[in-house]
Design a protein around this ligand. Sequence first.
Ligand SMILES: Nc1ncnc2c1ncn2[C@@H]1O[C@H](COP(=O)(O)OP(=O)(O)OP(=O)(O)O)[C@@H](O)[C@H]1O
Ligand SMILES: [Mg+2]
Length: 216
Amino acid sequence: MIAPVNPGDRLDRFRVQSLVARSGMASIFRALDLSNGNTVAIKVPHPEMECDPLFYDRFHREAEIGRKLDHPGVVKILPDEDQSRVYMAMEWVEGRPLREILDGQKTLPMDRAVRIALGICDALGYIHAHGVVHRDLKPDNIMVDAEDRIKLIDFGIARGRRPSPNVRQVHQGYGHPGLRLARAGEKQAWRRAFGHLRRRRHSLRNAGRRVAVSGA
Ligand SMILES: Nc1ncnc2c1ncn2[C@@H]1O[C@H](COP(=O)(O)OP(=O)(O)OP(=O)(O)O)[C@@H](O)[C@H]1O
Ligand SMILES: [Mg+2]
């Protein structure tokens, strides 16, 4: 079995610094790119996933789709240069997941909600125009920085223009086990955070104009 990665390890041109998150299939680390001093995020599959070809198919697709996209609202995946094992290096995204913000503040102020919603629409417009559907859009997969700029992350079950025949299978067998529950929770969270926008369409239009005019 391949060795697990730990903070302090050197992984090709990266120095692993700290563990950021751990899901059922992979760990996300903060790391330093020793070639240029940039901070990056590295997603490394758990060693026990190594014998799982469907998981690797999904992992490679995530990287492949990500590398084709170039937009400020979408996390950038770095090119893989002679990797000694399977992992994905990404730009480091400042900020925190929208989930964390919504957990702390059930209803966002109008201007803030509009700013974030417009950022999400902009990023979605871009990926859809490039033939990509995220398919796992939820507050956990939207990073928000201090200026309310957003970045979509986690294209693990995204679909591109030419879906591989395994995508559906991978999604069913290896996608998030609690996907349905997560979706129900997601809807509630969105309703809580953004529902008031629908109820106050006129204010929304004005807030949208304000945000557009202020260039936020
Ligand atoms: N590029 C990044 N920069 C900074 N933090 C990140 C980045 N990518 C992911 N993270 C952090 O790691 C968390 C989990 O990331 P991600 O959603 O990609 O994986 P996951 O949902 O755990 O895995 P998967 O759905 O592929 O099993 C995010 O919520 C975020 O806090
Ligand atoms: Mg995620």
